[in-house]
Design a protein around this ligand. Sequence first.
Ligand code: B12
Ligand code: SF4
Length: 519
Amino acid sequence: MKKVLFFFPNSANWAAISTVIPSLAGIARHKGWKAEYFDTYKHETGMDSSTEKEKAGGFKKGFMFFADGKIPKERIVPDLQERIDSFHPDLIVINAMSYEYQFLLTFFHKVKIPKDTTVIIGGIHSTLSPMEVAESGLFDLVAIGQGELTFKELLDKIENGEKLTEIRGTYFYDRQSKTVKTNPRRRLASAEELWDVKQDFSFFDDAYFVRPFDGKMIRRYDMEVARGCPFSCSYCGNTALKKIYTQGGEEPEPLTKFLIKRPLDSCMEHMKMMVDDHKIDIFQFTDECFLSHPFSWLRDFMKRYAAEIGKPFIFQTRAETVSDEKLREIVQYNIPFQVSIGVESGSEKILQVCNRECKAEQVITAFDLLHKYDIRCNAFCMMGLPYETREDYFMTVDLCRRIKPSVCSVSIFQPQPGQELTKLCIEKGFLSPDKPMVTFTQESLLEMPPPYLSAEEIKNLWRVFMLYVALPEEYYPQIKRCEVDYEANQELFERLMALRWEKFDFAKLRNEKIMLPEC
Ligand code: B12
Ligand code: SF4
């Protein structure tokens, strides 16, 4: 029996499930392979942004608990090595985003791979920078783009003892000649091809489902409902992916093939299984823009979801897709839900830099509608964007004071491979291309001249963002003290933060309904 080890170099503190692994594991099991799994969430990585966002008052504490009792970082290599040696897989499958790839590079060269084991890596980083990954010499194969069909072909070839040099959708690294053989991209799969496989969750215990929500621990699962987004924000990986598929290569694909919805039967069947097998309390729909689909799809989805699943849910969408009609369609079923909206910035200039095509007024209209129906709402904001000034930052603060989100997640802009904004930052001399990536809360990598924000100002302003948003203006002089000298004013910062949750929590002030009981 052939054996495959799945490896997710998770750099976060919490037990995230990489969406693709249960699918690939399902394919392997279906073909009779024995499968095992290894990840690094229990190891110290020192790179978690969720914990930092809690400290800055974006949402209630919960993720911080995961930071305790970690296995020392030095154990990653021996622990992984022990697993490889004892299981002796024919194939090691790695999935990594850009930041995780950078983390992987810090230790994977120390791992001894048996001569008869093939290593393949895939994920958004491999898709956006395949040659860089191949030339690292650490992997036999680099998967580009969607992996489901590529993976099936790879397993067939290993089973039949065929050569692995010419699989569509991969780059092959020849360890002898140290050269890379490039193969063309594979066509985009149909919805049926992507989701006909029964995903395999047998690796994942309770730790992978119990997560903080509104200060409580609940059983939550990220449910893939659709892939792709029609918009083209300049800081987003989706835009880079869309370009590769619809503009790149020998056979550019129509946008309709990139924007793909999971068939409703598959959605409902999968969610029923997750409720039965893993007692899920709340589903987070993985879909970049849930309300961008046709109204008839929303109506059919909600009708079936209410009848067959009925659990609270979370989705993200763009402000301009929110309408009274769509909210009424959802609200009629009386199932609690949360809507997350990318607000990003309150400055028209910065929104243009981001190619957001969405005005602050549209954000206000969307949040007013959500409040009208007493819907819990989350605002995603970003700061430290190219050309951002202190004035721009306070436009974002003012917008958030106006829209009063129940929760708010603020990130420091991080340039990542393939993004339009990364190219702009390098061109304008704001970023040196070899700077290592950091988390969305750590610091800004940009070096912008005045009047734009400096890296130090960005970090200082990031920390106090929620205080400026939630507290009345009479507190601004105290917040400013925390902003300019956090080290000397930590006690004051903690006091103001406590006040933010006790007296100035927008959700509490609105008497917003609580979504869930504790599990
Ligand atoms: C759902 C999601 C999550 C989920 C699941 C992530 C995961 N690892 O699967 C969660 C919530 C955990 C998450 C977390 C984060 N995410 Co996220 N996430 C997404 C989102 C919206 C969809 C990803 C997804 O599930 N796609 C569907 C799956 C099936 O596709 P996929 O993972 O891309 O893999 C396909 C191929 O790459 C390939 N493939 C992948 N692996 C392999 C392996 C082999 C062997 C083969 C053959 C093929 C293959 O096949 C897959 C299917 O066709 C994307 C946006 C996007 N459009 O990609 C952002 C995105 C991937 N996330 C992003 C980021 C930055 C993060 C965070 C770092 C943010 C943070 N809070 O700090 C964290 C990381 C935390 C962590 N380490 O777990 C960025 C990544 C940018 C980059 N260049 O790395 C994206 C692109 C969004 C963006 N803003 O640009 N995320
Ligand atoms: S709307 Fe969201 S998912 Fe779509 S391109 Fe913009 S940031 Fe990316």
